[in-house]
Design a protein around this ligand. Sequence first.
Ligand code: COA
Length: 255
Amino acid sequence: MELKTVKIERADGIATITLNRPEKKNAMSPQLHREMKQVLTEMRDERDLRVIVLTGSGDSFCAGQDLKEFFAETYGKPEESSKVTRTAMEWSELLRLNDKPTIAKVNGWCFGGGMRVMGLCDIAIASDKAVFGLSEINFGIFPAGGALKVPIELLSHRDALYLALTGERLSAAEAEKIRLINRAVPHDKLDAEVTALAKKLIEKNPVALMLTKKVFWRDKFMQYTEAVDWELANFAVISEMTGGEWVKEGITQFL
Ligand code: COA
């Protein structure tokens, strides 16, 4: 499928995926969902690819679901609507459970489903010009398809409910304060900060990064005892997958 709504750049082990509908503030249309699924499926098995950066073109990261193409035009067409929703959820899982670290480079407007996508990335660095919001309530709906669950997992009970009930906008500084993002940086430093972070991640062992994420997502929803067992079970996998590299190189070198 020729990509029309998403742009890809690959350089030095870093893939940058750019949501590319700047004229619609990168709102997620059915076509964008199909293209994102295709792109993330292809990237899943690319071994040379070490970090994925997700960003938006123009002045927006992502203005959420396309109100016209995703909602209005599929309203009353349950088959069409469930098909596009399923595609959206499929690529969201490819993003969340990606073996490679993912960084949301939040360059501007970030609303509703866009906030969900940002939250599914492992790390979020935002421009000081970025603006966030769970704006669904302003359209008489509520955040769905994980758009409520993701803030619930990331934020405090109070902050998640406040944002969902009021639909108020948050500045990047406020988003950093409530830990919706890792940090806000000056707009003209955003590219450099994200590239430096990606390079730092590339220096780490990719198997250890992959296992950290795999263990993290199960740990998050487990009780303590089960989580400890799960961590130990996966720890054995590191030696197996890297041929004991962590002992030979990591620890011996340090000693
Ligand atoms: N779905 C579909 N189209 C969208 C959109 C969305 N979520 N967000 C923006 N657009 C479109 C606008 O309709 C407009 O299209 P047009 O030029 O054909 O009229 C175009 O993008 C530019 O938007 P505009 O509102 O003119 O730009 P702005 O700079 O004044 O404001 C935003 C930008 C992002 C603040 C504003 O567009 C907005 O609030 N969008 C809705 C975001 C949202 O709440 N999303 C969650 C939906 S549940």
